[in-house]
Design a protein around this ligand. Structure first.
Ligand SMILES: [Fe+2]
Ligand SMILES: [Fe+2]
Length: 193
């Protein structure tokens, strides 16, 4: 039996709590791990923004820009899919069971999931501009991606996650979420991601 997610529901099944993540895991607080991933993404995108600012029309792409694109594509291929799964499979379903979201209608989580789909197309656009060795297209793609991620992350960090922390306060639910997130990284061989 899975743990009831909403904080106002009594937890009655501590005997089937999931195993704790090993001590090597970066955090037992699922929200701390989600926030840390955001900081990692923002840091990589900050370097991308600075690197593409140096590009000039008609000039070759710089080594710095190519390295920043490489780092960005690595996180979009490896870290962000794990993070999106944390949100879409671990956090959002539990929020959808809580009032007022359990009553139906479009939720903020639906909007975040639409953003996740759009983000994948932005990464593809970045890759296409790099492949074409087009400095201005790369600048446009990078700046659009940076702006969209900053907006998305600020909505999650400043609105959605604080609300989720209030709705999901049962320590057993938080432990269950942490265990799911850790298991996802064990499967991906990326336990420190
Ligand atoms: Fe998200
Ligand atoms: Fe996120």
């Amino acid at each position: 039996m899975s743990t009831t997610p909403c904080s106002h529901h009594a937890h009655e099944s501590s005997h089937d709590a999931p195993p704790q993540a090993p001590s090597g895991c970066s955090s037992k607080d699922p929200f701390a791990r989600l926030n840390a991933c955001h900081q990692h993404v923002l840091s990589v995108l900050g370097e991308l923004e600075s690197a593409v600012a140096e590009l000039t029309e008609g000039q070759p792409l710089t080594q710095r820009a190519l390295a920043a694109v490489g780092d960005t594509l690595v996180i979009t291929q490896i870290a962000i899919p794990l993070h999106s799964a944390d949100e879409e499979q671990t956090l959002f379903p539990r929020l959808r069971e809580c009032a007022p979201f359990s009553q139906g209608g479009v939720t903020p989580m639906d909007c975040m999931e639409e953003d996740h789909v759009a983000h994948r197309e932005m990464a593809a656009g970045l890759a296409r501009a790099t492949l074409a060795r087009d400095p201005l297209a790369l600048q446009r793609a990078a700046r659009n991606m940076v702006a969209e991620y900053r907006d998305h992350i600020s909505k999650e960090d400043e609105i959605l996650f604080p609300m989720a922390r209030e709705l999901l306060r049962d320590p057993a639910v938080l432990a269950e979420m942490t265990a799911e997130m850790h298991a996802r990284r064990v499967d991906a061989k990326l336990v420190n991601c």
